[in-house]
Design a protein around this ligand. Structure first.
Ligand SMILES: NC(=O)c1ccc[n+]([C@@H]2O[C@H](COP(=O)([O-])OP(=O)(O)OC[C@H]3O[C@@H](n4cnc5c(N)ncnc54)[C@H](OP(=O)(O)O)[C@@H]3O)[C@@H](O)[C@H]2O)c1
Length: 475
């Protein structure tokens, strides 16, 4: 069976690739916007096609000879226009090219909900499913619909984890009582995998979930899995805007995701059919508590396969690797490695940020992160996927890893709100660590920004370069 996996750099897609590679008789092709960001878990067995659903010629190439095509794409974080319009166009292009290529089945994962009473984001997910399944005579569509997906690194798990760990008493909006239906990410993958082989005629909508519960109960039961007793006080005056701001301050998610979640919580998102039981009796969804336990376990074992902030969202890794050479401003620090080896130094670079922090001026980084969050940026509290290892495309606090050359270079792109573009580059060469902050300002504001922050940047960057080498020496 020849399979095309789209969204392969995303939260679900990265995990599904791993699972598909365990299946016998599968030939896998990934459709990605940025091949650099696509992790191929078995290099020789996976074909990678670069493309974009808005470029139909790339879809044509990717869909040639394909039997089953997974559609795991959404445009919510796109900067290219209104996401609902983009989602519609993307789905239409994909469906039409699948039909033209003679693909037998599309497998799509969308969200639970009823169109008439759904948030804008969920409406768009429903519309995508409707578009994909519009011509059942020409192509079959298996449309899975999931509510809150629980898994390590997932946005919902990170929100629950941060809220219950930071707040013994939570004053919440009253719609925390709205019913939803969580499901473990492992179960979602199981349905998606089985979906490619299911023998059935025509289109099918399969609602999946492990039973109804309110977000309030999810927080309380989640807390108890962390060994924490929590208290929730719903109040009527919490506006959606205030709730979203509260979420971005307390959790790693940015405003777009927080407000989509808050809006979504106003409406019930529960199963509308029992197709999961009927067609996939072999999948017994884990309980909510079990799914939380597995996610905690994976975090503790440093075994997080994907995170909610993995997708590249318009970062062009190739361009970004070259771009710092055109920087207008630079802060360069060169520190001799002394007794530290190149390997020690590289190992320390691979552990930068996250729980390890940003050395002596950590509080300044935290302040910058807070300001960034309030401005709608990534902020500092995204942390890292796992300790000690980085891959291209990983998020580290408010940075994105855009280049790694083993024992030589690490390049981070700033994803914070800035009047310009900024990179932090580390090069190990000739027995030294060369650390460079590059900045391409946008207009006068960008130049002012650089000079205003200079008094902070000088000690921060000087200390960072020295501390990194000291840490490598201690190894
Ligand atoms: N995660 C959840 O909790 C959850 C819950 C319920 C339902 N779902 C559904 O599951 C599906 C996958 O979600 P996810 O969380 O894995 O999403 P995600 O992590 O945000 O990933 C989105 C993927 O779409 C790709 N993409 C976006 N626009 C594209 C385009 N024009 N051409 C090609 N690729 C494009 C992105 O590629 P880049 O890396 O290049 O940006 C990325 O790989 C979605 O339909 C979502 O609604 C997810």
């Amino acid at each position: 069976m020849k399979i095309l996996l789209t969204g392969a750099t995303g939260y679900i897609g990265r995990r599904l690739q791993r699972r598909l590679l365990q299946e016998k008789g599968v030939k896998l092709r990934l459709f990605v916007r940025e091949p650099e960001a696509a992790e191929t878990f078995k290099k020789n067995e996976v074909e990678v096609v670069q493309g974009d659903t808005f470029k139909r010629d790339t879809l044509k190439k990717a869909l040639k000879g394909i039997d089953v095509a997974y559609y795991l794409i959404h445009s919510m974080d796109s900067k290219q226009g209104d996401y609902a319009d983009l989602d519609r166009k993307s789905a239409e292009n994909f469906r039409d090219e699948c039909i033209a290529a003679g693909v037998k089945r599309i497998v799509y994962l969308g969200g639970l909900g009823v169109k008439e009473s759904s948030s804008r984001h969920l409406k768009s997910r429903i519309e995508t499913g409707e578009i994909l399944s519009m011509y059942p005579d020409a192509i079959q569509t298996l449309w899975f619909r999931a509510g809150i997906i629980i898994g390590s690194g997932g946005a919902s798990f990170e929100i629950i984890r941060n809220l219950v760990q930071k707040l013994p008493v939570m004053v919440t909006p009253k719609w925390v009582r709205t019913l939803t239906e969580p499901v473990a990410v492992g179960d979602v993958l199981e349905y998606l995998i089985k979906g490619k082989d299911l023998k059935c005629r025509g289109n099918l909508v399969v609602d999946i979930g492990a039973g109804k519960m309110s977000f309030r109960d999810m927080l309380l039961q989640g807390g108890s899995e962390f060994g924490l007793r929590r208290f929730i006080v719903p109040v009527p005056f919490f506006s959606p805007g205030l709730s979203s701001y509260w979420l971005i301050l307390m959790t790693p998610v940015p405003f777009g995701i927080a407000s989509a979640l808050v809006e979504g919580l106003k409406y019930e998102t529960v199963k509308q059919n029992d197709a999961a039981q009927q067609y996939f009796p072999g999948v017994r969804p884990l309980s909510y508590k079990e799914s939380i336990r597995i996610a905690i376990d994976e975090v503790e074992k440093n075994d997080v396969v994907s995170r909610w902030c993995d997708s590249s969202n318009g970062v062009c890794y190739y361009e970004d690797r070259q771009a710092p050479s055109g920087a207008v401003f630079r802060d360069v620090r060169k520190v001799a490695l002394g007794e530290a080896t190149t390997e020690d130094m590289f190992h320390v670079l691979m552990s930068i940020g996250g729980k390890g922090g940003w050395f002596r001026y950590g509080f300044l980084w935290k302040l910058r992160g807070l300001a960034d969050k309030l401005a709608g940026g990534a902020g500092l509290n995204r942390g890292r996927r796992i300790d000690g290892e980085l891959r291209t495309g990983d998020s580290v606090d408010f940075w994105k890893v855009v280049d790694i050359e083993e024992n030589r270079r690490l390049l981070l792109l700033a994803e914070m709100k800035l009047p310009g573009r900024a990179w932090l580059e580390f090069v190990i060469a000739d027995g030294s660590l060369v650390q460079t902050a590059h900045f391409i300002p946008k207009g006068l504001g960008g130049r002012l920004y650089w000079y205003l922050l200079l008094p902070f940047h000088i000690p921060v960057f000087r200390n960072m370069a020295h501390q990194l080498v000291r840490k490598a020496t201690r190894r």
